[in-house]
Design a protein around this ligand. Sequence first.
Ligand code: COA
Length: 171
Amino acid sequence: MAASVRFARSRDLDAFEKIENDADRLLINKLKPDDWAAAPTGANRASEPGFILVVELHDGHVAGFVHVLEVDGICHLEQLSVAPGDGRKGWGRALVEAAKIQARKRGYHRISLRTYADIPWNAPFYASAGFVEEEPATQFHRSLVGIENELGLDRYGRRVQMVAHLEAPGP
Ligand SMILES: CC(C)(COP(=O)(O)OP(=O)(O)OC[C@H]1O[C@@H](n2cnc3c(N)ncnc32)[C@H](O)[C@@H]1OP(=O)(O)O)[C@@H](O)C(=O)NCCC(=O)NCCS
């Protein structure tokens, strides 16, 4: 079986929490925070409006996921995580591209996200995937800024909002 990016199934959900917590070690090692919020469960993510895509490798294990929220007509990439043991093989990029395609299929012309400006696998990576910085301009995005402020995420580096403008699907 070749690797594939597909929609998450209920049997995938249990894997997400560990993938995200393990992947976040990359950020924790770099940012050295006093504390770091643990990942939500996969079931919690699946209960939110939107979609989740996973990359499944040839042996059937899930290497990573992308969770995209659909709220108030806004499409927002909420979380991207790839297990460190499967990292640097292009799966993160494949998940972002698949999320953009799925967002466009659902009629969105843009997909946003929030991330760290100066972490190489955050804003610079997203810039290489077609995202550009923008200011939060909706109630939804301002509420995300508020949550980040409560968590104190900006203590560890500049947070930015980014957006990719989506092409119309091909014929
Ligand atoms: C971000 C993340 C999903 C990337 O997954 P991945 O499968 O390793 O990504 P890819 O192999 O597709 O690499 C994408 C790009 O990210 C950058 N990158 C990834 N890991 C990196 C690292 N350890 N150091 C520097 N750059 C890195 C590179 O630019 C890379 O592109 P390149 O290989 O062409 O140079 C993964 O590192 C992760 O889960 N990180 C922790 C959580 C996080 O920061 N999520 C994103 C913010 S929501």
